[in-house]
Design a protein around this ligand. Structure first.
Ligand SMILES: Nc1nc2c(ncn2[C@@H]2O[C@H](COP(=O)(O)OP(=O)(O)OP(=O)(O)O)[C@@H](O)[C@H]2O)c(=O)[nH]1
Length: 664
């Protein structure tokens, strides 16, 4: 008895010492000045988390649904979701990182460079309520989601695995357009919403005003709002208790037949296809045989586990748990997002799944050097394994050779895809002007969706009987003094005002129907510039509307360049033709003959420029005998030629194609 008592005393003093050390370590590694409760919790996490006590396997069978909470963090872009997620992971000892480190859950290089979240990430943590003497902590699955409108598909997918959401709102900026969009996504999914007013450390923070906004716009009670600073740590100690107390445990039948929702998938060099799943009913074990409802394929479960936050094997996943499964799937194309996975040879009702992602913009991707087609093919195949929301079909262009027509969720998505192709696979690409999917009706009554302007015959006016363009429902929130310029911008972009009200005395809320074509290029930048950066903007896809659309061709010395064709509203054709021709004149070098650049609708030329001829001899200044110098210059010229695309006899530099992307 005595020795037991001594051992327990030694343990206690060791624990106390660790706690002290951890507090000191934490104080010196960070300059957080948050509340002492938060610091104590953090220090405790540093020395008492299961991960510190050797990396013993976690027994998930100890976590029935009532000890599980699945929640998401949703917010307008930059309101602090990823920072808050990181702080919660630190607080629970799931990760050990100091202040100022790159955000843990933003893993992609583009995410870190651009400071945005592109992919939703899941992390599991363990936490017990303070003062609770329960033997097991709660298992909390946190899903960090992207804030940008292009990735709202990721948000709705993540919400399907959750019963609650932290709605994070910046204490100075207040409710913004994506706050509204994300609130409704969560509300329509019947989630418990916990409002979190973040960044209260800012000098301009005004939490009371934000509480009023949340009450008037979403009927969220001021007393339910948590006040936090993910930067200083203030108020963070209240977040997880609120998650545990307010969010209900996942429903589902523990003893029922297995049903899992396939949330996401990606390709891993070593493990192959890794599927993220939420177990809705039943239990999954390593070695089980499972089938996929959509494809009817059956697989062996080779590995099962959860994200803690790295993949951690558990051999089992139970009802309500979120984790990963490795099967023999060879390609992520077999893993249909939203599909139901179940035990082979059982009969279950498939889960509702998700609405398919809609591609908002299409563009052609071509290798900058035609001989790199195979390399680009390989890179696109690999990248789409990890980003199934891009659609890809092969395309051939007279100007650019063999390439691909890709569909994206928006312009940022397209940009990120390009950047990842270059950064992760070292490819150099030429991308054609983005277009939206139009619908054309021909005189024989047939209707086709046109994703590539080149596919529309140039004399289409004779054959096309009607055309439709996609529209969006846009939400715009701005300080009241900018209402006038924003209304002007929206009407220039052929917008139709649907709603106009005030959130409070300082901010106006507007809803517009806008043609998608009018917002894909440069709308957001212009909106930001006329509102000194204060506007926030979000949109959701809406129906098609009839529009008078024409194909605008670009001709070089009389020859149409298929990769430069665009479809535009007839009212804008002339202006756009002029802009394109001017841009090209700037970026095409003078060559040994005259170049005539024209923009034309059918046979009618709407803009024209000429680049006069010039004889260019790179060796002209190189008289004399230095052969190595001559060779160097010729090599350099050859390199330059590689970066050119020849259309007929005209060489077009890559830059000219890039510049055309910026014409609206
Ligand atoms: N002052 C202050 N800054 C904060 C706080 N929380 C986050 N930030 C900063 O706000 C910026 C945006 O934070 P993120 O966590 O990346 O925001 P996000 O909502 O995840 O952004 P997206 O992933 O792009 O949607 C970063 O510079 C953070 O350091 C806070 O509580 N106070």
């Amino acid at each position: 008895m005595g020795s037991l008592h001594r051992a327990s005393k030694t343990l206690k003093s060791l624990r106390h010492q660790l706690l002290l050390q951890a507090t000191q370590q934490f104080d010196s590694s960070s300059r957080l000045s948050g509340s002492s409760d938060y610091r104590l919790l953090l220090a405790r996490a540093l020395c008492s988390h299961p991960r510190q006590n050797a990396k013993e396997a976690v027994d998930l069978t100890q976590y029935p649904p009532e000890r599980i909470r699945n929640f998401s963090i949703i917010a307008h872009v930059d309101h602090g979701k990823s920072t808050l997620a990181d702080r919660l992971l630190e607080l629970t000892g799931t990760i050990k990182r100091g202040h100022g480190q790159p955000q843990y859950l933003d893993k992609l290089q583009v995410e870190r460079e651009r400071g945005i979240t592109v992919k939703a990430q899941t992390a599991t943590m363990f936490h017990n309520l303070d003062g609770s003497n329960e033997p097991q902590p709660f298992l909390l699955n946190l899903i960090d989601t992207p804030g940008h409108v292009d990735f709202s598909y990721e948000v709705s997918r993540s919400l399907a695995a959750c019963q609650g959401a932290l709605l994070v709102v910046d204490a100075a900026q207040g409710v913004q357009a994506q706050t509204v969009a994300n609130f409704y996504l969560a509300f329509e999914s019947n989630l418990t919403i916990i409002p979190v007013i973040n960044k209260i450390d800012q000098p301009t923070a005004d939490p009371d005003r934000i509480k009023d906004q949340l009450k008037s716009m979403f009927d969220l009670e001021p007393s339910d709002c948590l006040l936090t600073s993910a930067k200083t740590g203030q108020g963070l100690e209240h977040v997880l208790p609120a998650v545990i107390e307010r969010i209900p445990p996942p429903p589902g039948e523990g003893s029922g037949l297995l049903r899992m929702l396939l949330l996401d998938s990606y390709y891993d060099e070593y493990k192959g296809v890794i599927c993220h799943v939420a177990v809705v009913d039943g239990m999954l074990r390593k070695g089980d045989k499972i089938s996929a409802a959509a494809t009817g394929q059956t697989y062996d479960v080779l590995d099962v586990g959860f994200m803690h936050p790295e993949l951690t094997q558990t051999g089992v996943l139970l009802t309500g748990q979120v984790g990963y499964v490795v099967t023999g799937m060879r390609s992520t194309k077999e893993a249909r997002i939203g599909d139901t996975l179940f035990h082979a040879k059982t009969i279950v009702k498939p889960l509702p799944g998700f609405k398919a992602a809609r591609h908002m913009v299409f563009s052609g991707l071509f290798p900058a050097d035609g001989s790199d087609f195979e390399a680009l093919n390989h890179a696109i195949e690999r990248l789409t394994c990890n980003d199934a929301s891009v659609s890809v079909t092969k395309e051939s262009s007279t100007a650019l050779g063999l390439g691909f027509r890709c569909g994206f969720l928006g312009l940022l998505h397209m940009d990120v895809f390009h950047q990842r192709l270059e950064q992760e696979y070292g490819t150099h690409i030429i991308s054609t002007v983005p277009t939206v999917p139009y619908i054309f009706e021909y005189s024989d009554g047939s209707k086709v969706e046109v994703q590539n302007p080149a596919a529309l015959p140039s004399n289409s006016k004779q054959r096309v009987t009607a055309s439709w363009e996609p529209t969006v429902l846009a939400t715009i929130i701005i300080p009241s003094e900018y209402v006038g310029p924003v209304i002007t911008l929206c009407s220039e972009r052929r917008g139709q005002q649907l709603e106009y009200s005030f959130i409070d005395s300082q901010r106006a809320f507007m809803k517009y129907r806008l043609p998608l074509r009018e917002i894909v290029v440069d709308f957001y930048n212009e909106l930001k510039s006329i509102t000194s950066g204060y506007a926030s903007f979000d949109y959701e896809d809406s129906e098609y509307q009839q529009a008078d659309l024409v194909k605008l061709d670009i001709l070089l010395n009389g020859q149409a360049v298929d990769a430069m064709a665009t479809i535009v509203h007839s009212l804008k054709a002339q202006r756009m033709g002029r802009e394109l021709v001017d841009k090209l004149k700037k970026f095409i070098d003078r060559q040994m003959f005259e170049i005539i650049i024209q923009a034309a609708i059918g046979s009618k030329v709407v803009a024209r420029e000429t680049i006069s001829a010039m004889r260019k001899n790179v060796l002209a200044k190189c008289y004399g005998g230095d052969i190595t110098r001559k060779r160097k210059l010729l090599e350099k010229q050859k390199e330059g030629k590689k970066r050119m695309k020849r259309v007929g006899s005209v060489d077009i530099p890559q830059e000219a194609f890039h510049q055309l992307l910026k014409v609206s």
